[in-house]
Design a protein around this ligand. Structure first.
Ligand code: PGA
Length: 248
């Protein structure tokens, strides 16, 4: 039986004051959930997350990192810097990074490798666009995105990673994939991994992301291959986020 893992993705939202209230409310309500929980916050708020969340049941992390260890890369943040702020997780390959910042499958694989080399757990995002789904390319696209990471790091690396299946058309759109649609892709992803390493596939956490709300979470998380969620918009609302965590 895999455990359920829910991660919040704050994206580029927050202020010190708003975060303080959100973190306080989440911590006040998190005690009675068995779900593993993490919050992926903007870089400037890592220090705040560390000081509020250290010693609690809630882990924290970042939403991106550089593939480089250090050097003349103005504006970039390395895995070692994330370690300095106690991060356990870092999102890699989010569809917004792929679409808006041109991150290729190979670059995502490099970032995944850089995260693991520093002892961070990457949350690797995979997902197809609406056009790709309508052209019946979902498995081809998700398989290709996964294959780039497997080629660089091997299936065994997934023992220290999390996968998030996030159909691009469901992110921030209010259009959640149906539990059946999501389960089908999750089963495909696990099958791809199983073909290389059955034990790793069995223990692999595959989160679903894309407009997860309290109302949809329980049915999604009840699917055999859905092990939790990567939650964007709803992670900014403490009551909604706590209800999602408790659905796990
Ligand atoms: P959403 O975002 O829950 O707002 O759709 C999910 C994500 O992008 O990780």
């Amino acid at each position: 039986m895999r455990r359920t893992f829910v991660a919040g993705n704050w994206k580029m939202h927050g202020t010190l004051a708003a975060n303080e209230a959100l973190l306080t409310a989440i911590l006040a309500g998190i005690a009675d959930t068995k779900t593993q929980v993490a919050l992926c916050v903007p870089y400037p708020y890592l220090s705040q997350a560390q000081s509020r969340l250290a010693g609690t049941a809630v882990a924290w992390g970042a939403q991106n990192l550089s593939q480089h260890a250090k050097g003349a890369y103005t504006g970039e943040v390395s895995a070692a810097m994330l370690n300095d702020f106690g991060c356990r997780y870092v999102i890699v390959g989010h569809s917004e990074r792929r679409a808006l910042y041109g991150e290729s499958d190979d670059l995502v694989a490099e970032k995944y490798a850089a995260a693991q080399a520093a002892g961070l757990t990457p949350i690797l995002c995979l997902g197809e666009t609406l056009n790709e789904r309508e052209a019946c390319l979902t498995e081809q696209v998700v398989g290709r995105q996964l294959a780039a990471v497997l080629a660089r790091c091997g299936a065994a690396s997934l023992a220290k990673a999390v996968i998030a299946y996030e159909p691009v058309w469901a992110i921030g759109s209010g259009l959640t994939a149906t539990p059946d649609q999501a389960q089908a892709v999750h089963a495909f992803i696990r099958g791809q991994v199983r073909a290389m390493d059955a034990a790793v596939a069995e223990g692999l956490i595959i989160q679903y992301g894309g407009s997860v709300k309290a109302a949809s979470a329980a049915e999604l998380f009840a699917q055999p291959d859905i092990d939790g969620g990567l939650v964007g918009g709803a992670s900014l609302d403490a009551d909604e986020f706590l209800a999602i965590c408790k659905a796990g």
